[in-house]
Design a protein around this ligand. Structure first.
Ligand code: FAD
Length: 479
């Protein structure tokens, strides 16, 4: 006898676990199947050597009034899943073309930021231009933002030129490339502006006691408490079809489950090309699917320290000219050029409660790169280490253990590799021009009964928040 459910969710990543819990709360009998030992997908929390940490660095944006809080409230988990917010989010380093390194503690005087970014406060024209750009970005109404999905962040910025180079670098590197893991000549200006406004209003740096994965673990636990079933360490082998409609799944160990609705959190392309199978789709759809653009990956280090060296959760190093077009990432990947002026993210989650043994710290240091799992990450590691030595040399006196990560480590806990050069992407499909707003891949598939959820489907925002947005929207659609 096959077990039957109202809904099967493949994957307990941020998108899948959120959708599953919201649907269980609505009274649906839900099955969740995930290949990993616990929920959270690319942001699952690992518990090892007394640390609780994610495989990759995380900055939760927005900090306040996020969808995480709304979902936890709907699931009666708001008491348990209180976000922890840092008093000061971090430090910005800006290195000008002469090699001078300026430092600004985030949240302190905006004049300090201007000075650190090389804006000459005594030159009124440069100040006026800077304020005009920042004011437009902070106040552009939603209807105007909607017109900018097909304009890249880099293109959008041209309207403010000439601008002090430090301002252009900071905005495009943080709210274009950094936030969306996509070079700012591909990132949609509309998405950058929505995120900029959200960050202005509600800040960044949200995290959770014991790791962000605790949120997704609590959501899947809620599925079970509400009468559903969760199968971890279980890979879905394929989706089953009856009369052209999705009707259930078969797992790799041969278990079969039925449901009139199958929602995949396993990636749009991975679901179509691998789990469902090409024969269920038209050539036109398959070709669209193969040509979708995914975002970049990260390459870097996890340093385990025997002392708490970082005072704040996040340190970002921007050398002048670090805003690179997509072509530059391709040239780095092909070995044509070496990483030489990329921005570096240095951060820790060990400052939050229940994340590290007393007196110890886990630090991430990384830069962006192409998402090809076959990429040789050694030139990126060399560059990252050189820059960390420049901004925080004392860190190297306290390393007890080092691990590296790159695009080759992502698919193991996220979605599968189904296309050449794909698999290491940090979020999934990119929120890039031609692929965001009305052109963004959504929740619906061309096949009856099959839906998508997560970063590949209809959400807006940064990483995990985008995945939750997708889940909240699909839960409303399946009402
Ligand atoms: C280097 C890096 C840095 C990041 N930084 C940030 C950040 O600062 N802030 C932020 O918010 N986000 C960040 N993210 C992004 C965040 O991890 C993703 O946005 C989020 O995890 C995507 O959620 P999802 O639900 O779409 O998919 P995923 O997290 O990919 O989850 C997919 C799930 O599907 C499961 N699955 C796949 N195939 C199968 C199968 N056949 N059978 C069963 N289960 C299957 C997987 O095991 C996984 O649990 C970062 C990610 C990386 C890699």
């Amino acid at each position: 006898m096959k077990e039957s459910f109202d809904l099967i969710v493949i994957g307990a990543g941020p998108g899948g676990s959120t959708l599953a819990a919201l649907m269980a709360k609505k009274g649906r009998k839900v099955l969740v199947v995930d290949k990993n030992p616990r929920a959270g997908g690319r942001m699952l929390t690992v518990r090892k050597h007394g640390f609780s940490y994610e495989m990759f660095p995380i900055n939760g944006v927005p900090a306040r009034n996020s969808l995480f809080e709304e979902v936890s409230r709907r699931l009666d988990l708001e008491e348990e899943l209180q976000p922890v917010l840092p008093k000061k989010v971090g430090v910005l380093y800006y290195e000008d073309s002469a090699g001078k390194l300026n430092r600004w503690v985030m949240g302190s005087s905006p004049w300090g930021l201007m000075t650190a970014l090389g804006v000459r406060l005594w030159k009124p024209l440069s100040l006026i231009r800077t304020f005009r750009a920042l004011k437009e970005m902070a106040t552009l109404p939603p209807a105007e933002i909607e017109k900018l999905y097909d304009i890249s962040a880099m293109q959008y910025f041209k309207r403010f030129e000439p601008l002090p180079e430090g301002i252009r670098t900071y905005i495009l590197a943080s709210f274009g490339e950094g936030a969306f893991e996509m070079p700012s000549d591909h990132t949609s200006a509309a998405e950058m502006l929505k995120l900029f406004q959200a960050a202005q209003k509600n800040g960044g740096g949200r995290y959770y006691r014991g790791g962000i994965g605790t949120v997704f673990e609590a959501y899947t636990r809620r599925v079970e408490e509400l009468g559903g079933k969760v199968l971890m360490n279980t890979r879905v082998d394929h989706i089953n079809f009856r009369k052209g409609a999705a009707c259930g799944v078969t797992t790799e160990d041969g278990q079969k489950f039925d449901a009139p609705i199958v929602v995949s959190n396993a990636g749009l392309r991975q679901t179509v090309l691998k789990l469902a199978g090409k024969k269920h789709f038209s050539e036109e759809y398959l070709s669209w699917c193969r040509n979708l653009e995914h975002n970049l990956a990260c390459a870097g280090f996890r340093y385990f320290l025997d002392a708490p060296v970082l005072e704040y959760p996040m340190y970002i190093y921007y050398p002048e000219g670090c805003v690179a077009p997509y072509k530059e990432f391709e040239d780095m990947a092909s070995g044509l050029i070496k990483p030489a002026h990329s921005y570096i993210y240095l951060g820790t989650t060990s400052l939050y409660p229940d994340t590290a043994p007393p007196g110890k710290q886990l630090v991430y240091a990384c830069m962006s790169c192409i998402a090809d799992p076959e990429l040789d990450i050694s030139p990126y590691l060399e560059y990252v280490e050189k820059r960390v030595r420049k901004i925080m040399p004392e860190l190297f006196d306290h390393i007890s253990h080092t691990e590296t990560f790159g695009p080759g480590n992502v698919a193991g806990i996220g979605t599968d590799i189904v296309l050449p050069g794909q698999g290491g992407e940090s979020y999934g499909l990119a929120l890039s021009t031609g692929q965001s707003g009305p052109a963004q891949p959504g929740h619906l598939s061309p096949v009856a009964g099959l839906y998508f959820v997560g970063c590949d489907a209809g959400g807006s925002g940064l990483g995990t928040h985008q995945a939750l947005d997708s889940a909240v929207k699909l839960a409303a659609l399946l009402e």
